[in-house]
Ligand binder design. Structure first.
Ligand code: NDP
Ligand code: MG
Length: 381
């Protein structure tokens, strides 16, 4: 029996993780955490019977506690609650499926407590990868990627001598606006940006996919997960999302992982690695697929990717500023306070305004985040 905790259980990755649990009787959910969605959390508790549940918002935790008072589940709130969950003695694997930098502290606490991490929460590695990866290596804790591209890279390295990997070929669907030019993106609405061609995901990452900021975050995530230099990570637009990413080796051989787009596969793979469990679902039919196509990303129009490489080049606290400015800008866009292309202007402005702190501590990362929020707030007051 493998005992699992899910940080962000009510979201897109969280609910798909629970579907994987439903399909495997030797997985047991021992802890769940979410922000404020009490209705869904109550349902999840009644179905999966965890011993601990955390709601970020205190009022939500109070409400939930009352609703599940007939059960023995413990209910906590806030960052203290998330950290208590991360170190829960009964838990072996923590699936980090929250959105944003809120995942940093619980992830670090879980590593220190010896838990295996199934990592979906890319913002944590983007901002604190320089702390988290060495910490995990020292403790011998596996960080198993859930992000589909990183899972594909991980799978393409199975059985290989990692130092012989020469290049990561990170695929990107190109998002809903692929092929359009800047002049055609001025009037993009929130509804347009929330329509992803191949994947159904949370709102923030869906907008990030439309701006290509998501691919930028994934380049930084790959840099930390696989210790690859930025110039050795190449983004390739592949609109069919069938090849989930590839690794090129020193002899020129390219290994790839292919599959129908479905996040349950990388989630299940991370939960059972190195085993491959059976999984129901559609299979690739190469006869009807016909062709797979590839393009160079248009980084003039979709500046998010270029800004991510700039942030990685500047290093230290700059990826945090890139990420925090994007989080804030996406929020403003979803609130219809800024236009689609202004997301890039805000990220660039925040990066230009920031003085890099090299090798930042968690406190310095959080300071860089707060400074970025403040900078953007002063523009939109
Ligand atoms: P969602 O927005 O769908 O879900 C976010 C989850 O986090 C919800 O359960 C939410 O709870 C919870 N949450 C939000 N804030 C807090 C908080 N302060 N404390 C505790 N829980 C909180 O996001 P996704 O599932 O799409 O994405 C999660 C992560 O996975 C992101 O980092 C994303 O980049 C990454 N990812 C997602 C993919 C996908 O297919 N969705 C693919 C690859 C990576 P509530 O519902 O109560 O608000
Ligand atoms: Mg991805």
């Amino acid at each position: 029996m493998k005992r699992v905790g899910i940080l962000g259980s009510t979201g897109s990755i969280g609910t798909q993780t629970l579907e994987v649990v439903r399909g495997n009787s030797d997985l047991k959910v021992v802890a769940l955490a979410a922000g404020s969605n009490v209705d869904l959390m109550e349902k999840q508790i009644r179905e999966f019977r965890p011993v601990l549940c955390v709601m970020w918002e205190e009022a939500a935790a109070r409400d939930l506690k009352e609703r599940v008072s007939d059960l023995s589940v413990k209910v906590l709130s806030g960052m203290d609650g998330l950290v208590s969950m991360a170190v829960l003695a009964k838990m072996e694997v923590l699936v980090t499926a929250v959105v944003g930098m809120i995942g940093i502290r619980p992830t670090i606490a879980a590593i220190e407590a010896g838990k295996t991490i199934a990592l979906a929460n890319k913002e944590t590695l983007v901002t604190a990868g320089h702390l988290i990866m060495p910490m995990a290596a020292r403790s011998g804790i596996p960080i198993l990627p859930v992000d589909s591209e990183h899972s594909a890279i991980f799978q393409s390295m199975n059985g290989e001598i990692k130092s012989r990997a020469d290049k990561i070929l990170l695929t990107a669907s190109g998002g809903p606006f692929r092929g359009r030019k800047k002049e055609e993106l001025g009037d993009i609405t929130v509804e347009d940006a929330l329509k992803h061609p191949n994947w159904s995901m949370g709102r923030k990452i869906t907008v990030d996919s439309a701006t290509l900021v998501n691919k930028g975050l994934e380049v930084i995530e790959a840099r930390w997960l696989f210790g690859m230099k930025p110039e050795k990570i190449q983004v390739i637009v592949h609109p069919q999302s069938i090849i989930h990413s590839m690794v090129e080796y020193e002899d020129g051989a390219v290994m790839a992982q292919l599959g129908v787009p479905d996040m349950k596969l990388p989630i299940q793979y991370a939960l059972f690695y190195p085993d491959r469990r059976p999984m129901e679902g559609e299979r690739i039919d190469f006869y009807s697929l016909g062709s797979l196509t590839f393009e160079r990303p248009d980084t003039e129009t979709f500046r998010g990717l270029r800004l991510a490489y700039d942030a990685l080049g500047a290093g230290g606290s700059m990826p945090t500023v890139f990420n925090a400015a994007n989080e804030k800008a996406v929020k403003l866009f979803l609130e219809r306070k800024i236009r689609f292309l202004e997301i890039y202007d805000l990220i660039q402005g925040a990066m230009e305004n920031h003085k890099v702190v090299s090798y930042p501590s968690v406190e310095e990362i959080l300071e860089a985040e707060a400074g970025t929020y403040e900078y953007i707030d002063t523009l939109y007051r």
